[in-house]
Ligand binder design. Sequence first.
Ligand SMILES: [Zn+2]
Length: 55
Amino acid sequence: MRSISGTAATKAYRCPGCDQEIPPGTPHVVAWPADEPEGTVERRHWHTRCWQRRR
Ligand SMILES: [Zn+2]
């Protein structure tokens, strides 16, 4: 997976790690499969803490 950190969201996303919402304006991690070019698949939005625990 590739990821971008520190993205400030303008809307709420649901984190797949904990199934809780990430409130707008919260810096978080955006991830997508490394074998897919950016933009061709849906990105996943994770809480930074949930992303780190995932590994
Ligand atoms: Zn989470």
